[in-house]
Design a protein. Sequence first.
Length: 160
Amino acid sequence: MYYFDNFTEAEKLTYCEKLNDCIINFGGKNFFLQLVESIRKTTPHPLISRDCEFHFSRGTVMWNKKIFKDKLDLLMELRTNESNNLFPIGTGRVAKKTINLLRTLNPVRFDVIPQNEEDGTGFKMYPFNIIDEKNTYLNPIFDAVFFASITEVKKALNYK
């Protein structure tokens, strides 16, 4: 799980720059926060939508592959691990499920598109940052949009 306070100064700056680029391309901080709050309020979780879309008053989030509840549950469980590395250590049933999750969700691209073209062009994101064969991390932007608390997102947005 990504807690903004646990990042190093360099990581905080990088994360803030990426997040601010997404915000600028989506129409601003308020529109972005409305997206995040809409996702948090929606039940069941928007990622398991049959249509691979999530609509809210300021735009749409679309993705190119259906995500099932078991994959979402496993992803939510993995993001609470002490280690941010999602790649499993060892073998066994849990490791196999985790590898299948990484293979399934890795190619999924999420397009966040504002409703009005004047607000920006939107942004694209992937769920994971793959460093090498044994190191895969949850993309902090993906985490901010779909999972992180509003408080953590606001910390990142207000960091100077």
